[in-house]
Design a protein around this ligand. Structure first.
Ligand code: HEC
Length: 157
């Protein structure tokens, strides 16, 4: 009886140890420590400005989705339409309204991303071929990833 209890107890301990090893420890400070290591530059915006910037971001991701879907379907008209949505002069492109609130380098990178979409629309219209569109898309996506590595948005209190 005592021996059975002993065996059961050691199994229990073994399971606990295994679980402790497989799961990283969670503490209430997890969030704080993520924030502490986030070295991206904070762009301070009003709530409304933040909403505008993020809505534009989501639009660019949707545009990218449409471009990739168009390429997969070999449908250059769809590629053109999707890319034109994020071109600099498109109505959903709002950077211009926020010029005063955004740092120069941020505006520059944003303009480069929108310029990439404009080029993609033009390449698709000229039937320049999948490879040319994909190359420009890759360069444009690099604008997204490098800006995301450099900046984050914070709402002013
Ligand atoms: C000029 C800088 C810049 C460029 C270029 C840029 N982004 Fe962003 N994006 C940001 C910042 C800053 C945020 C907010 C990140 C944060 O606060 O953690 C963001 C957030 C986002 C979000 C989250 C939106 C939400 O509702 O939370 C998406 C999606 C996104 N970007 C997509 C893209 C795509 C796709 C591209 C390229 C086609 C792109 N971004 C290019 C700066 C940029």
């Amino acid at each position: 009886m005592a021996r059975q209890f002993h065996t059961a107890a050691s199994c229990f301990v073994a399971i606990c140890v295994l679980q402790a090893c497989s799961e990283p420890p969670h503490t209430v400070d997890d969030h704080a420590s993520v924030g502490a290591t986030d070295a991206r530059e904070a762009i301070i915006l009003s709530r409304a400005e933040r909403d505008l910037v993020l809505a534009e971001m989501r639009m660019m991701l949707e545009s990218t989705e449409g471009i990739v879907a168009g390429l997969a379907a070999n449908d250059m008209q769809r590629v053109e339409q999707a890319a034109a949505r994020a071109a600099p002069s498109a109505p959903e492109t709002v950077d211009q309204e926020l010029h005063a609130s955004l740092p120069e380098a941020f505006l520059h990178s944003g303009a480069a991303a929108h310029g990439g979409f404009e080029d993609i629309a033009r390449l698709a219209r000229q039937a320049a071929g999948t490879e040319a569109v994909m190359t420009r898309l890759g360069e444009t996506l690099h604008q997204c990833t490098s800006c995301h590595a450099a900046y984050r948005v914070e709402v002013a209190r």
